[in-house]
Design a protein around this ligand. Sequence first.
Ligand SMILES: NC(=O)C1=CN([C@@H]2O[C@H](COP(=O)(O)OP(=O)(O)OC[C@H]3O[C@@H](n4cnc5c(N)ncnc54)[C@H](O)[C@@H]3O)[C@@H](O)[C@H]2O)C=CC1
Ligand SMILES: CC(=O)C(=O)O
Ligand SMILES: [Mg+2]
Length: 371
Amino acid sequence: MRIGVPKEIKNHEYRVGLTPASVRELVANGHQLLVQAGAGAAIGLSDDEYKAAGAQIIGDAASVFAQAEMIVKVKEPQPQECAMLREGQILYTYLHLAPDPEQTAALVKSGAICIAYETITGPGGGLPLLAPMSEVAGRMSIQAGAAHLEKSKGGMGVLLGGVPGVAPAHVVVIGAGVVGTHALQMAVGMGARVTVLDKSVDRLRQLDLVFGNRITTAYSNAQALEEAVLSAELVIGGVLIPGAAAPKLVTRDMVSRMKKGSVIVDVAIDQGGCFETSHATTHADPTFVVDGVIHYCVANMPGAVARTSTFALNNATIGHAVALANKGWRQALRDNPHLKAGLNVAAGKVSYEAVARDLGYEYVAADSLLA
Ligand SMILES: NC(=O)C1=CN([C@@H]2O[C@H](COP(=O)(O)OP(=O)(O)OC[C@H]3O[C@@H](n4cnc5c(N)ncnc54)[C@H](O)[C@@H]3O)[C@@H](O)[C@H]2O)C=CC1
Ligand SMILES: CC(=O)C(=O)O
Ligand SMILES: [Mg+2]
């Protein structure tokens, strides 16, 4: 199969879909790799390394899209990339369609086979192709929050861990999944007072066993959320209902009553965000202020630590990339129900139920598209 790797074009996005090591693996399986010139240059992966791994270097994105049968990316295709997709071409990348009607319409129109990393499931449960980026974003959320609590960034001037004789900050983590667990690990490490909320008592139970009395766990309902959020200096949003738009758990009214100069990091923004006041921002201009509360809502946080993130992402994506290339998409999805769960749009149909429901499309199950 001819496999194309374009350079990412989203704001401050320096990750790359395939590392030279992944290229080498696909080449060893008999495939032809077309990598756009400079695709990995920003993170120290040179064209020469890609050539040594067996790739052909292609000058521009249009030629990569025109020649490849499968495109491997990181972020959702931007409008000019959607316009280059064609019927039957495989797109293997993050999509986050539920909060993005324009992208969904463009992918439906393209007729391409669009497989979303974030909805591929794993044999042990969970979302193994989302997990590594959630680990990165969860850890980064505390770094970003701590920085924006500083006066020079508009924050209230509070040190997360406090100092002897002065109380630490209160960090509230909504969602005890991968983002939440990694956020609270960092927050605990920095000496903050940490409260974590989830609807899953099992998740809270697991965290309680690990962190004991260094954290407070709370069942997530409106009452507990309000109490926690109003006493917090830093709130991390890490909820997810797979494939669906994030629930708006923290209302505009709650935000208006939060402490002035406190900080919200809405990691769930790529699924629309879990604060009513959130909207997506970029690394170039990461924050905005509502009612005195700083909102950090960058939709591609791992892009900031792109080298770490690219290697972590490839560890999770390469297996299915090889299967798709070796077998073609139909056979690869027939053989693996977890990969099949990644199919969001194919041949002009929406094949992920939560996306179809949230955006008002007819839902066409993947099985009927595999026949
Ligand atoms: N902004 C960015 O750069 C990045 C964003 N993300 C996003 O972060 C979000 C979280 O991802 P993961 O942690 O991997 O998901 P996860 O599935 O591991 O965890 C989500 C948690 O939310 C909980 N939850 C659901 N409804 C809830 C409610 N009403 N109250 C409290 N908790 C609730 C679930 O029980 C689950 O434990 C996703 O939207 C993901 O796409 C992930 C990586 C990077
Ligand atoms: C998960 C995601 O959206 C990201 O890594 O950018
Ligand atoms: Mg988007």
